[in-house]
Design a protein around this ligand. Structure first.
Ligand code: SAM
Ligand code: SF4
Length: 325
């Protein structure tokens, strides 16, 4: 369906949990967080009901995220349920990769189409400093290898470049030199703990890449729709992408909405706007009412974010692990 500004809303990002096995400095506080009570978290059946309603409205692509989606038991069941919904064309996963190697074959059998693996550094000490967990980088790299070796699976590496890991821009981009994957640099957004940190802009990243690899050659987004812009370099098997919400705002072509683990449909990353879908998932409520609530909220999706200006009433107060990124 089209929203009030004519944007085709075809992508739903679903957070399946707020829990995580890492504590990335720009995402979760060190001291921990008050978890959503289990009773508030949508069941796989309820999530599937939302996907069915969304698909009837034209949503075609689903991404599962979190918190860390792979800490939720039997995630492959949800992949299978959602992939089976009429109209859904792709189901992908955004993960920190710690549990990926051990779950990948089950997820793939269930119909998983793509994996975005978040990886900010290839340096074990830096990894421990950013994620506040020791010794897990080898497991993440094992997950990346397993994903890259899976025929037909779309694999992207997502890095948030900040003052912590600026020396990693070139080593991470090299992953796309050797393999047919996309390595993407995502500008840090001023949401939750991201407000307290300083991220690198697309231009700053590009400067480092050009110094190392020469002139970039623009190329197509590997999957068509999406906010990323892509380049490649001479001798690269894959691509380097940029998702630059601050320096290259893409709200006018935003095609997505988000579902939090406790059933709130968020229509823009920056605002609390949206609708609580829980009441529409109760026994005895008709699927038409759920579809109507979704349609109303999607139609009223805000025109865009205002990351570069002062915070306003109604801005998102949660951390990224509670929103899904
Ligand atoms: N745990 C999974 C992971 O790390 O991929 C999924 C959830 S995580 C919130 C999703 C993505 O959001 C990660 O790639 C993370 O780096 C990114 N992220 C978290 N906080 C961010 C911020 N303030 N600005 C930009 N990206 C952010
Ligand atoms: Fe966990 Fe992902 Fe947030 Fe890191 S970015 S703390 S892995 S939810």
């Amino acid at each position: 369906m089209r929203d009030q500004y004519g944007r085709d809303i075809c992508y739903l990002r679903i957070s399946v949990t707020d829990r995580c096995n890492l504590r990335c400095v720009y995402c979760m506080p060190e001291e921990g967080v008050a978890w959503m009570p289990h009773s508030q978290i949508l069941t796989y059946e309820q999530i599937t009901q939302v996907v069915e309603a969304a698909a009837r409205l034209g949503v075609r692509h689903i991404r599962l995220t979190g918190g860390e989606p792979l800490v939720r038991p039997q995630l492959y069941r949800l992949v299978e349920m959602v992939k089976g919904v009429a109209g859904i064309e792709s189901v992908s996963l955004t993960t920190n990769g710690v549990l990926l190697a051990q779950q990948l074959s089950q997820l793939r059998l269930a119909g998983l189409d793509g994996v975005n693996l978040s990886l900010d550094t290839l340096d074990p000490q830096q990894f421990a400093a950013i994620t506040r967990r020791e010794g897990l980088l080898p497991q993440v790299l094992e997950g990346l290898e397993a994903a890259a070796d899976t025929p037909g699976l779309t694999v992207k590496v997502n890095c948030v470049p900040t003052q912590f890991n600026e020396d990693q821009v070139v080593p991470l981009a090299r992953l796309a030199q050797e393999r047919e994957i996309s390595v993407r640099f995502i500008e840090l957004m001023p949401i939750g703990l991201g407000r307290d940190r300083h991220g690198l802009s697309q231009e700053q990243v590009m400067e480092r890449l050009t110094d190392a690899f020469g002139t970039p050659v623009p190329c197509a987004n590997p999957k068509g729709a999406g906010p990323g812009t892509y380049v490649t370099f001479s001798g690269f098997a894959g691509r380097v992408g940029f998702i630059s919400a601050l320096s290259h705002q893409f709200c006018h072509q935003c095609n997505r909405v988000r579902l939090t683990a406790d059933g709130h449909l968020k229509t823009c990353l920056q605002y609390q706007d949206g609708v609580d879908l829980k009441p529409y998932l109760a026994d005895g409520v008709s699927p038409t009412a759920l579809e109507g609530a979704l349609e109303q909220a999607m139609y009223h999706k805000p025109v865009g974010h205002h990351f570069s200006t002062q915070t306003q009433a109604g801005d998102e107060k949660h951390n990224m692990n509670q929103i899904g990124g």
